[in-house]
Design a protein around this ligand. Structure first.
Ligand code: SAM
Length: 467
């Protein structure tokens, strides 16, 4: 099959993806063996190969797929897992997304946080140890204009709790203009995140009836505008459950490739949310729900296809599923999340205001202990973006082995900082032993020394140490 040329302007070629999927139905076991062999060399995969891999059914080949994905993940990310939490600032929404509890059809008292309320939420998040947040809001140009979002970002960065401040704010707001993306860039956001929801234009239109978000072309070209506006870290994703997941995996790959060709760098991260029950949303009416087995395959295949793109998993997934997917590809997870406006304050009062049902309600401390117990390094590192290692520059480093000598010490140092600030004596001792053990596995003496020195500095009151 001829590989299509990509246009300067973003366009997902529906017919092309459908033909890839159709051809892939003839995939043989021998084809899959060859593709897995190629994937193990971390060279990425062609569209045809991804389509074929999505047909994988043989148990021993699935096992092999997971093994290769796991190996790639360890080679690229080591055992580091970045932690973050979402912060919902407004649930006003003019859209009618069939899958979302915020759809304007749903009648409930909408609210947006005042700057004081935002500060209170951030203080609670800081008390939990968070350093990296994802700002979330519904789309409403009148009640939640860009100026409000910018004020919210400023308030979030300025809020200081006794152990420090939020160091990176990623933003997940609706598709907007180049001008607004420039403003977000000036406000020093980290990644601009936007889920495509689905790349299948027909399904997309069905899922977004009579609303601004229903403009498929505008939504699909948002990252082009974001990058034109100077944001060089963008995070894509689809909401699995809305359309054929195989179609959406290929859509993600085409989108990523388009950005790589036009701007020199593709997605900084890919999120893999799966549909959850929400107010006025019944999963029984959704024809494409993705079961656990398919979901695991998707995560592993994405890891093979784009080895250097971070992958994010939220508390939509259970602790068990999160643990399993960390092995095959996930590099970033949320912890202790509330997915509703003012949710952190409300939770302290025993009230639940979540946008959709969560499946993992553990505290960050519980998540951290679990990660350490399974030999992962929970990381609060935000260094790259703060020293300008973003976009293409970041990808170059990510593709070199050098990344481990920066990321591992930074991850261990932020973990140690967390333990010093938030742990009791027992926890601090556990973390310190773990950090020393992990440091001793590094094959460069100066890097090991740097970590040992950081432990001492942190205990003596120094904070926010990074390379
Ligand atoms: N309003 C922004 C937009 O239009 O892109 C994004 C904010 S919304 C709070 C974040 C994401 O939540 C959406 O992009 C959607 O993928 C996801 N979401 C909405 N309803 C969901 C549900 N029922 N289950 C799981 N995820 C859902």
């Amino acid at each position: 099959m001829n590989r299509k040329r990509f246009e300067e302007n973003m366009k997902i070629d529906r017919e092309y993806i459908l033909s890839l999927l159709e051809n892939a139905k003839n995939t043989t076991k021998e084809d899959i063996d060859k593709i897995l062999e190629k994937a193990s060399k971390k060279k990425g995969l062609s569209h045809c190969e991804i389509a074929s891999l999505l047909e994988i059914k043989d148990e021993s080949q699935i096992k092999k797929l997971f093994e290769i994905a796991g190996k790639i993940k360890r080679d690229v990310y080591g055992n580091r897992i970045v932690l973050f939490a979402p912060l919902y600032i407004s649930d006003y929404c003019v859209n009618n997304c069939r899958y979302c509890g915020y759809k304007c059809k749903n009648k409930f008292k909408r609210r947006k946080l005042t700057m004081e309320e935002i500060k209170r939420e951030v203080e609670i998040l800081e008390k939990m140890g968070h350093k990296r947040l994802a700002l979330e809001a519904g789309e409403d140009p009148v009640n939640c204009p860009i100026e409000y979002v910018l004020d919210a970002i400023k308030a979030m960065y300025e809020t200081y709790e006794e152990n420090g401040v939020i160091r990176r704010i990623n933003v997940n707001i609706a598709a907007t203009t180049v001008e607004n993306y420039k403003k977000l860039k000036e406000a020093q956001i980290g990644t601009y995140i936007l889920f495509q929801e689905t790349y299948d234009e027909i399904a997309y239109k069905k899922m977004h009836p009579n609303c601004i978000k229903g403009n498929y072309q505008y939504h699909t070209t948002a990252f082009d505008r974001a990058m034109e506006g100077g944001i060089d870290d963008v995070g894509g994703g689809v909401l699995f459950g809305l359309a054929d997941p195989k179609f959406d995996c290929l859509g993600l790959m085409l989108h990523n490739e388009h950005l790589e060709k036009k701007f020199g760098v593709g997605f900084h991260t890919i999120s893999v949310p799966r549909l959850r029950p929400a107010q006025g949303v019944s999963l029984e009416t959704m024809p494409y729900l993705v079961d656990d087995d398919m979901f695991k395959k998707i995560v592993a295949i994405l890891r093979l296809a784009v080895p250097y793109t971070g992958m994010i998993l939220s508390t939509r997934e259970s602790a068990k599923m999160r643990k399993e997917l960390l092995e095959y590809g996930i590099s970033q997870v949320s912890a202790g999340s509330c997915t509703g406006v003012g949710g952190y304050e409300q939770r302290l009062k025993g009230i639940d205001v979540d946008q959709f049902e969560k499946a993992d309600n553990r505290t960050p401390r519980e998540v951290i202990e679990d990660l350490i117990d399974h030999d992962y390094i929970p990381s609060y590192c935000t260094a790259c973006y703060r020293v300008g290692r973003t976009g293409e520059k970041f990808m170059k480093i990510a593709k070199s082995e050098k990344i481990h000598y920066m990321c591992k010490p930074n991850a261990l140092t932020t973990l140690m900082e967390y333990a010093v600030d938030y742990g009791d004596e027992k926890f601090l001792e556990k973390v310190e032993n773990f950090v020393i053990k992990q440091a001793n596995e590094i094959d460069k003496e100066p890097v090991r020394r740097l970590i040992m020195n950081n432990i001492v500095k942190l205990k003596n009151g120094k904070r926010d140490l990074y390379i």
